[in-house]
Design a protein. Structure first.
Length: 113
């Protein structure tokens, strides 16, 4: 089992930046592929970014070049740096441990002027 706790969401203007953090506890963090998913109102949850145990990263086409996922295994933390935010990035962002099919409670990101 793993517990995931996200933070860092909020309201930001278009073109702005936010950094999300997710702290994991209760398991061997470094053993898992970590990811960020998001869900906008009325939409299905979608994968945003993934980072493997070895540090390989993958991004949805909609965020390539704007978002960066990273991890610090010493701190049991995964990050999502989001730049050049757009109104369509508005969603609840969830941290996920893929092999465990576990998600945190989510953090709301609103991009609006």
């Amino acid at each position: 089992q793993v517990q995931l706790l996200e933070s860092g969401g909020g309201l930001v203007q278009p073109g702005g930046s936010l950094t999300l953090s997710c702290v994991a506890s209760g398991s061997i963090f470094s053993a898992y592929t970590m990811a960020w998913d998001r869900q906008a109102p009325g939409e299905q949850r979608e994968q945003v970014a993934t980072i493997t145990r070895g540090g390989s990263t993958y991004y949805a086409d909609s965020v390539k070049g704007r978002f960066t996922i990273s991890r610090d295994n010493r701190k049991n933390t995964v990050y999502l740096q989001m730049n050049s935010l757009k109104p369509e990035d508005t969603a609840v962002y969830y941290c996920a441990a893929r092999e465990l099919d576990s998600w945190g409670q989510g953090t709301q990101v609103n991009v609006s002027s």
